[in-house]
Design a protein around this ligand. Structure first.
Ligand code: HEC
Ligand code: HEC
Length: 565
């Protein structure tokens, strides 16, 4: 996870740029005892990730002035960071919003009430720059980015609802979209502004100094190398911004952002999968258990093979290495975590052995059916009842079952009423891609339903349709109007690694703790056996475990926590 390493040095740099370069220089590039200097693309990618001048707030104040003029007032949205124990001073206060403002890493590591984040924030929904359009926060919880780029079995999708199939597409849409303050009607202004920042930057700010320095134009063209080793940007990422169109400049920035985000899940040389360093991974190694699927083996088949091997352990070797650097609980894998692992891997027909004592049942998590190791995500879409519990918490038990949802024809007939805002429908309120609102029962988050068959989002349709029809066991030619009602509430499965750095949980952030997240499954399983969870995934009714196992499952999930390198 070299990204975190790079950001660590950057934090030092924010005030004292020269110190960072000295630190980087001391590490040396390649070899030696220290960590290698991150590749040039990563250093530049991280600089762009933390670039606060791409935001609409900055654009509105810099018109007719030089980029390096002091900003006459930061965006209030970054003044504070919302945390479970209340707002704390934001690391980017006085500036405008950037990717890093919502995808924090070690900025607040040593701040009371803060802590390390896996490239996400602490809020249930991230605050948005105020544009007077009624959207005060993002529709969803900002997810961890650490493992976003891990290879998955199926096609890669991003965002809970699969809106993007590439990180490049996601990055350019986000740069010029609502998260950075741009309204759907301002796409052209956003392109022109981002391109202007890249063309006119002189590399004189602290963010530049912390990431190898240089004016964007000259680093991007390959004329200038990045400090401290003078490495040039790889040719496939270069661009002559003087002659390129605005759109090409934004595409080049998006490529670098995508590379940066993808590299968070790669090894320090930018190749291979990063090293997993949780107690769970140590436990597998200590006990000679299989650590990953064999070539050609599916993740689920591997999970089942692992289950058999774990059950066959005659005398498991446990571990307790004392405290983590960045988590409050011990770095441990003991009997409780092992019990949690067994329940996690158990499924109907293969329950975990019953616990001794009265009332303690067999323990069927079925978790690995969707969260198979080693990535703990199948990258597919399911409805585990999270939309319903988020909605019913606001509108009362049973409310989501009764919510009217239009079919494809009705949705097509009135996209402004039903689809998320887009350049084609800029004033659509996003009725079905919103957190539920007290006092207005029409808002809900239907996940994939917003994207499948939506003409405003052409990119991922083929891959989404393949994923959905495969999941439902239907022909790929099944028409969208037959698929749409079946995908209500479907969300993409997130990874479960390092969750203690990314709470609160689920797309709405409505589970503040891991215990509550696991309890959600118990509740959904029970209700679904009575047919009371709308459009629920077929695996959910088979989930069956007692309170003891809830605690073991939560302990096991904590054993997937890691310290950043
Ligand atoms: C205002 C807060 C905010 C800002 C600013 C922001 N993001 Fe995000 N990001 C989010 C939220 C919320 C989501 C979840 C969106 C969803 O699933 O619908 C997200 C999702 C993502 C994802 C997908 C993760 C996944 O697992 O699918 C990536 C990658 C990402 N953001 C990168 C970026 C980049 C790059 C930038 C800067 C150009 C950026 N973000 C700016 C809040 C933000
Ligand atoms: C049918 C597939 C499926 C099964 C089975 C399943 N999950 Fe999930 N899991 C998901 C999906 C999809 C989400 C995202 C849901 C959302 O946010 O709306 C999720 C989210 C989570 C989250 C929140 C992660 C975050 O970053 O917010 C946790 C924790 C979790 N699951 C743990 C478990 C455990 C423990 C089990 C077994 C008891 C389990 N899951 C079983 C599909 C599944």
């Amino acid at each position: 996870m070299r990204g975190a390493r790079a950001s660590r040095t950057t934090t030092v740099a924010t005030g004292v740029g020269a110190l960072t370069l000295a630190l980087l220089g001391a590490c040396g590039s390649g070899g030696g005892a220290g960590e290698p200097v991150p590749p040039a693309a990563t250093r530049l990618g991280e600089r762009l990730f933390r670039e606060t001048r791409f935001a609409q707030h900055f654009a509105a104040r810099v018109a007719g002035r030089a980029l390096s003029d002091p900003l006459p007032g930061g965006d209030p949205v970054v003044d504070v960071v919302e945390t479970p124990s209340g707002p704390i001073a934001g690391p980017y206060a006085g500036l405008s919003i950037s990717c890093a403002a919502c995808h924090l890493s070690d900025e607040l590591e040593d701040v009371a009430g803060g802590g390390v984040r896996a490239y996400c924030d602490f809020a249930t929904h991230s605050p948005l720059p105020d544009r007077g359009d009624g959207h005060a926060t993002t529709a969803r919880n900002a997810p961890a980015l650490t493992d976003v780029g891990l290879p998955r079995e199926g096609a890669l999708f991003f965002h809970y609802d699969g809106e993007f199939e590439t990180l490049e597409g996601l990055s350019s849409a986000t740069l010029t979209g609502r998260s950075l303050g741009w309204l759907p009607t301002e796409g052209a202004d956003a392109l022109a502004h981002v391109a202007r920042v890249v063309r006119e930057d002189d590399g004189s700010d602290a963010n530049a100094a912390g990431h190898g320095g240089g004016a964007y134009a000259s680093v991007l063209s390959g004329a200038t190398g990045l400090g401290p080793d003078g490495a040039l940007l790889p040719e496939d990422l270069r661009l002559d911004v003087g002659s390129a169109s605005d759109a090409d400049v934004v595409a080049a920035v998006a490529r670098l952002l995508a590379r940066y985000v993808a590299d968070l899940s790669r090894g320090p040389d930018g190749a291979g999968v990063r090293e997993f360093r949780s107690p769970y991974d140590r436990f597998l190694r200590l006990n000679g258990l299989p650590e990953r699927p064999d070539p050609g083996e599916s993740d689920l088949a591997y999970a089942r093979r692992l289950r058999a091997a774990v059950r066959a352990l005659a005398s498991p070797v446990f571990l307790d290495y004392g405290p983590y650097r960045t988590h409050a609980h011990p770095f441990r894998f003991d009997r409780v975590e092992l019990r949690g692992l067994l329940v996690f891997l158990a499924e109907p027909g293969a329950p975990a052995p019953p616990l001794p004592g009265p009332g303690a049942g067999a323990g069927i998590g079925s978790c690995a059916l969707c969260h198979a190791p080693p990535t703990f995500s199948d990258g597919r879409f399911h409805n585990i009842g999270a939309t319903q519990s988020e909605y019913d918490a606001v509108h009362g038990l049973g409310a989501f079952l009764a919510l009217p949802v239009p079919g494809l024809a009705a949705r097509d007939a009135d996209p402004d009423a039903y689809l998320p805002p887009s350049p084609a429908h800029p004033s659509a309120p996003g009725t079905f891609r919103s957190a539920p609102r007290a006092g207005d029962a029409s808002f809900a988050d239907l996940g994939l339903w917003n994207v499948l068959g939506n003409p405003d989002v052409p990119g991922p349709q083929t891959a989404l349709r393949a994923s959905v029809t495969e999941r439902l066991g239907l022909l790929p030619s099944t028409p969208d109007d037959a698929l749409l009602p079946r995908v209500i509430g479907w969300m993409r499965t997130p990874t479960l690694r390092d969750l203690s750095h990314s709470g609160p949980y689920f797309h709405g952030g409505h589970a503040p703790t891991l215990e509550e997240a696991v309890q959600n499954y118990r509740g959904a399983a029970l209700s679904s056996r009575f047919g009371l969870v709308r459009n629920v995934a077929p695996e959910v009714p088979g989930i069956d475990f007692e309170v003891e196992d809830l605690l073991s499952l939560a302990a096991f999930l904590r054993a997937l926590d890691e310290d950043p390198p």
